[in-house]
Design a protein around this ligand. Structure first.
Ligand code: NAD
Length: 495
């Protein structure tokens, strides 16, 4: 049984709490490890290590920070296959999905390595006679990241490379469900040569989180996870004077107009609905079919679903792995049952697929004729369940999206540029795809939703990430006229 401990001040720190959580391999259902659950004292030790490392780290030149970040990037890239293996073994997603997650994380390290450009301020000469004004961005101090199970490598990489490159020191409280990948990546930070205490990892649950949210030395909290926890994190950390960004749940809609390329739309719905078993905050959960496209679209999606192979994530022919836990699988099954009971048409029923062994498998599921009052529509299921809502007009579709409380990602499928442009203008969501079902911004833009998909005002990574992890200082300076100096500097004198 593998054990996952904290990483504090550059070394492994075993918990003394006596509390541990189980870690499973979702493909087999076996418990493969135990993860430490931090106490308040252990949490304080991680924050103290980060606080002690801060003065020297913020004084370290941008050139050195950037060089270390490049070295870290090379180590992550060189160990991609191992990171993907760790992700798949505890999350369940397929190896190509896991590798894709590392690739997206690498983009964030690359952006962070360009810290010198990202943090450059403005300079205004001669704002008043002899007066110059400029601004500089400075780090905040101890920064905290609290991350979800579904991207155990990528979401931490959304946060700490930027935070650290900007001069902060970091404490990561990763998900207790799949701790291996983020711990491994933090160890690569040590190997890259970051000083001890700059990057710390705390294993644990709400005990650690609650202490981090109220600890006086923590200056900023970045969170990604479910909406109820995000709301709580935002309120609590804000009440304790911290800067907070809390990215939350989602229910992403994909609007398909009657003129769409049907094959492209059906492929997109299948990939974005069932990739990573639907455990993605940018997964498509609802297909909104406008007018006569509904019947052929549902048929095309159903046909493609019959070709999906569900199995262990480390098998080369697997398209979709298991869900993360047995409890989560039961929860997903409950939503399908509730949808059927409420009168929706379960076209493909994931409950009916039989699997050998005790893995947490659930088959891809397609539910047609879903209405906005059904729980299958109102709740975030976070599993391989694709709902189809049929509407008559574009306006109805946009209104449906607007009325949904979340606003993470959305997409339109059409061949009409004018319709697509109008959708981009109209729609209430933070990230929009045009014939692209999962419009996750590249690393030099920023990621964030609207509505109940984000609490706070700053999006994650990219330029907004740097903004979040730094604060502005504006300097107004005046130097005496050198011609009036008491020492003869060689200027023509005017006294
Ligand atoms: P979660 O909210 O259960 O857990 C996230 C983190 O919060 C974990 O580190 C966990 O230990 C901690 N936590 C959980 N309950 C807590 C509590 N009561 N008090 C304090 N801390 C607590 O989320 P999850 O199940 O790990 O991840 C799935 C969720 O994350 C989905 O809702 C998904 O949409 C969301 N998500 C959002 C984004 C985004 O960018 N918006 C990205 C990925 C995942």
């Amino acid at each position: 049984m593998e054990r996952f401990h904290h990483l504090i001040n550059g070394v492994t720190a075993e918990s003394t709490s006596g509390r541990f959580g189980p870690v499973y391999n979702p493909a087999t259902g076996e418990q493969t490890g135990e993860v430490d659950m931090a106490t308040v004292e252990e949490t304080d030790a991680a924050v103290a290590a980060a606080a002690a490392a801060f003065p020297a780290w913020r004084a370290t030149s941008l050139a050195v920070r950037s060089r270390l970040m490049y070295r870290f990037r090379e180590l992550v890239d060189a160990n991609r296959a191992e990171i993907a293996r760790l992700i798949s073994s505890q999350h369940g997603k397929t190896l190509p999905d896991a590798d894709g997650e590392v690739a997206r994380g690498l983009e964030n390290i690359e952006f962070a390595a360009g810290v010198a450009t990202a943090t450059a301020g403005r300079f205004t000469e001669q704002a008043s006679t002899g007066v110059d004004v400029y601004d500089i961005r400075q780090p905040l101090g101890v920064a905290v990241g609290i991350t979800p199970f579904n991207f155990p490598a990528m979401v931490p990489l959304w946060m700490f490379p930027m935070a650290i490159a900007a001069g902060n020191t970091f404490v990561l409280k990763a998900s207790e469900k799949d701790p291996a990948a983020s711990l491994y990546i933090a160890e690569l930070m040590q190997e890259a040569g970051f000083p001890p205490g700059v990057m710390n990892v705390l294993q644990g649950d709400r005990v650690a989180v609650e202490r981090l949210l109220t600890h006086p030395d923590v200056k900023a909290v970045s969170f990604v996870g479910s909406t109820p926890v995000a709301r709580y994190i935002h309120e609590t950390a804000n009440a304790h004077g911290k800067r907070v960004q809390a990215l939350a749940g989602a229910k992403n809609h994909m609007l398909v107009l009657p003129d769409a390329d049907l094959g492209l739309a059906a492929d997109a719905a299948v990939n974005a609905g069932f990739g990573s078993a639907g455990e993605r905050c940018m997964a498509i959960a609802v297909v909104v079919a406008v007018g006569h496209v509904a019947d052929p679209l549902v048929g095309a999606i159903k046909e493609r679903m019959s070709g999906l192979k569900v199995g262990p994530g480390d098998q080369p022919d697997t398209d979709m792995g298991p869900l993360v836990t047995a409890e989560h699988r039961e929860r997903v099954a409950g939503y399908v049952a509730a949808g059927a009971e409420a009168g929706a048409d379960v076209v493909v029923d994931g409950r009916e697929i039989e699997f050998e062994g005790d893995g947490f498998y659930f088959g891809p599921t397609l539910i047609d004729r879903v209405t906005p009052s059904m729980t299958v529509y109102t709740d975030e299921i976070f599993g391989p369940v694709l709902s189809v809502v049929r509407v008559d007009t574009y306006e109805e579709a946009v209104k449906l999206i607007e009325d949904n409380k979340w606003g993470n990602g959305t997409a339109i499928f059409t061949r009409d540029g004018g319709a697509a442009r109008q959708f981009v203008f109209d729609v209430d969501a933070g990230m929009v795809g045009v014939n692209v079902p999962i419009p996750v911004p590249v690393g030099y833009y920023s990621f964030g939703g609207w509505g109940e998909s984000l609490f706070g005002d700053t999006h994650m990574y990219g330029p907004e990430g740097f903004k979040f992890w730094t604060r502005n200082k504006v300097v107004t300076s005046r130097w005496p006229d050198p011609a009036t100096s008491t020492v003869d500097l060689g200027f023509p004198r005017n006294d």
